[in-house]
Design a protein around this ligand. Structure first.
Ligand SMILES: *[C@@H]1O[C@H](CO)[C@@H](O)[C@H](O)[C@H]1NC(C)=O
Ligand SMILES: *[C@@H]1O[C@H](CO)[C@@H](O)[C@H](O)[C@H]1NC(C)=O
Ligand SMILES: [Cu+2]
Length: 124
């Protein structure tokens, strides 16, 4: 590799690190449902929010009364809880959004059907 090319690659890498740094420093945190928290009928709260990959969703709820299950579209649509799906139970769960649509439901029987579900679409 020539010396100029080496410097060019270094420059590209530095620029890339800078962009990644700026992007992550920009991350926002949202409390799902705002003051009401993660509760029945919260679905729709996410509509129109300018989520970006790396932003955080904070789920607040009474421990033991609800939980947060990360699911795919199919389970979201059908309100089913797949075996082994990542499940959070602390009552104060912070989850980082990935690029694309992120689906979360409450795994307690009937809660997803009662509107404890959100589909948060995160742009890059
Ligand atoms: C959810 O909203 C619907 C429509 O407004 C209402 O009929 C229902 O009682 C609400 N459910 C809960 C659990 O608050
Ligand atoms: C919830 O979690 C966040 C971050 O993990 C923490 O800063 C905050 O104090 C917690 N709030 C409560 C009410 O536990
Ligand atoms: Cu619930």
């Amino acid at each position: 590799m020539s010396e100029e090319k080496g410097y060019a690659n270094l420059g590209t890498m530095m620029l890339l690190s800078l962009l990644i740094y700026i992007h992550s420093a920009d991350a926002k945190s949202y409390t799902v449902g705002d003051s009401t928290g993660w509760i029945f009928n919260v679905t729709g709260w996410e509509i129109g929010k300018p989520f970006k990959a790396g932003d955080k969703l904070v789920f607040k709820y009474a421990v033991g009364r609800h939980n947060v299950v990360v699911v795919d579209k199919r389970s979201y649509d059908s309100c089913s809880v797949p075996a082994g799906a990542p499940t959070y139970r602390s009552g104060n769960d912070t989850l980082r959004l990935k690029i694309g649509t992120n689906y979360f439901i409450c795994g307690f029987t009937g809660h997803c059907q009662a509107g404890m579900k959100i589909a948060a679409n995160a742009a890059y």
